[in-house]
Design a protein around this ligand. Structure first.
Ligand SMILES: Cc1cc2nc3c(=O)[nH]c(=O)nc-3n(C[C@H](O)[C@H](O)[C@H](O)COP(=O)(O)OP(=O)(O)OC[C@H]3O[C@@H](n4cnc5c(N)ncnc54)[C@H](O)[C@@H]3O)c2cc1C
Length: 450
């Protein structure tokens, strides 16, 4: 089956609205689209080691493609120009996210990890740390990074504003000029022993931006974001989880912190109360918004697969896509995708205008990030399901890629608190903040159980 036909309505030129971005931004998206068509599309299956999950093939493909993306400048796109980055706007970052995820959402997420950690340091005005990491982010080598949030006490609990980070059990204790970290994170990725992230095409790991608290009882006052170098003493890793998608592009493990000592400067937030805003807005909220863009890219890829398949499949002597029932489904798929795109772009534009829309960590803005992610996820769910139904068994076959997109979209809907948490945060933006009845009792029980 021939692939990658051109559809004007799905091209960067036509789909990205000039109200939110410039011609240069669109040119960048177009160059990434071309790269994705040429370099990523033919290797989508290799990124998970093919049907037989060949780890070596998966890692070699991933590292090589990631290095090429770094060469294109995407990993330094939101690093400020004074540190050698491209200093591009959040909107372009999102367009880059969308375009790469059209090829592979795992690779899009890898690139997004660098955008994510840079955004923390920019938001906290940590020029010293940006300077420290800039050489690696802008150099000729490629690096990966990880953000560690989820804990055994529940990912969604940690992301519930009403619980004010009181469920966190990763503790950062100040000791002179250092912090000493103890605790247990589950699922952060990509993570593992530092040497696992060194190859011909991947130079190394930049480390772990870790959510921890100085004292759970202090709630929002105690929480902070800490950078832990990848080879810090006292870090132990479990074996990677075996899972439905993101097999190697996001290797997820448990991390155990056992008296991990880091210099005080590696606490990213520096002012009282800043840690809470940083985690709420930049770790959780904008992480969700980035997911929205990636899910749109993934959904577009599926629509393209379906457009192609239904052009060549005949039903009673006519191309399937020209039969009104199926044309109708395709119209619905496009409608969902374009609305999801225009919404995430609009919210991203609002992020660029806090003077109008308010602080990035306000309940109202968190509601919008959550609406964008959950709507894009519903879009991906609809498009993957309907697409597979239209393609019949070919949709279910590994060879035609759709089933991989279907496996991959699900976790982007569920991470960072998940679909239910998104809805609750939207309600909270509308008529919150609210607390859970009985939370105080529950919290007390947790304390007694310590
Ligand atoms: C591929 C992959 C990559 C990941 N990457 C990372 C990473 O890089 N860093 C990291 O820290 N974590 C990562 N995670 C973990 C992920 O973010 C969490 O699993 C997720 O946030 C949900 O947390 P949980 O699994 O603890 O679910 P729980 O908190 O136990 O929640 C279970 C379900 O209940 C719902 N729920 C919970 N509380 C409520 C409530 N009050 N009201 C309504 N519904 C509720 C949730 O939405 C969810 O559906 C990753 C996971 C995977 C599989």
């Amino acid at each position: 089956m021939p692939h990658q036909e051109y559809y004007k309505m799905l091209s960067p030129e036509f789909k990205y609205v000039r109200a939110f971005c410039t011609e240069d931004d669109i040119a960048m998206a177009e160059s990434i689209r071309k790269f994705v068509n040429k370099e990523i599309m033919p290797h989508r299956q290799d990124l998970e080691g093919g049907w037989h999950r060949d780890e070596q093939l998966a890692l070699e493909t991933q590292h090589a493609l990631y290095a090429k993306l770094a060469d294109l400048g995407v990993t330094k796109s939101n690093l400020p120009t004074e540190h050698g980055g491209l200093g591009l706007s959040p909107v372009v970052r999102q367009m880059v996210n969308e375009e790469i995820s059209r090829g592979d959402i795992g690779l899009g997420t890898m690139v997004g990890k660098i955008h994510w950690i840079v955004s923390f340091m920019v938001a906290a005005k940590r020029d010293d740390l940006l300077k420290e990491f800039a050489d690696r982010i802008t150099g000729k080598d490629s690096w990966t990074a990880c953000v560690a949030i989820t804990e055994p006490t529940g990912g969604a609990n940690l992301e519930d504003p009403a619980q004010q980070y009181r469920t966190i059990r990763t503790i950062a204790r100040q000791d002179g000029d250092d912090y000493v970290i103890n605790g247990h994170k589950i699922w952060p990725g990509p993570s593992g022993p530092a040497e696992h992230f060194q190859s011909k095409d991947l130079k190394g790991h930049l480390g772990y931006w870790t959510v921890a608290t100085t004292d759970p009882e202090k709630g929002e006052e105690g929480v902070g974001l800490f950078h832990i170098p990848p080879d810090a003493k006292g870090m132990n890793f479990s074996k990677p989880y075996e899972k439905m998608g993101f097999c190697w592009t996001d290797e997820n493990v448990d991390i155990y912190f056992d008296d991990v000592r880091i210099p005080k400067k590696y606490r990213i937030d520096t002012e009282p109360g800043q840690g809470s805003n940083l985690v709420r807005a930049y770790v959780i909220g904008l992480g969700r918004l980035a997911g929205a863009a990636r899910l749109v890219g993934l959904s577009q890829a599926v629509l393209e697969i379906v457009l192609n398949a239904t052009k060549h499949r005949e039903i009673v002597g006519m191309p399937q896509r020209e039969r009104s029932l199926f044309a109708n489904y395709i119209g619905e798929m496009f409608r969902f995708i374009d609305i999801a795109r225009q919404y995430y772009l609009s919210v991203t534009w609002q992020v660029m205008h806090p003077e109008i829309y308010g602080d990035h960590w306000s309940h109202e803005m968190i509601a919008k990030y959550s609406a964008a992610r959950s709507f894009s996820a519903d879009c991906a769910h609809f498009v993957c399901n309907r697409g597979m139904e239209m393609m019949g068994s070919y949709g279910y076959a590994y060879e035609f890629n759709l089933e991989k997109y279907m496996r991959d979209y699900k976790i982007v809907q569920m991470w960072l608190g998940g679909a239910q948490r998104d809805r609750l945060d939207i309600a909270q933006g509308l008529y919150g903040p609210f607390t859970w009845g009985g939370f105080d009792d529950w919290s007390k029980k947790q304390r007694l159980a310590k």
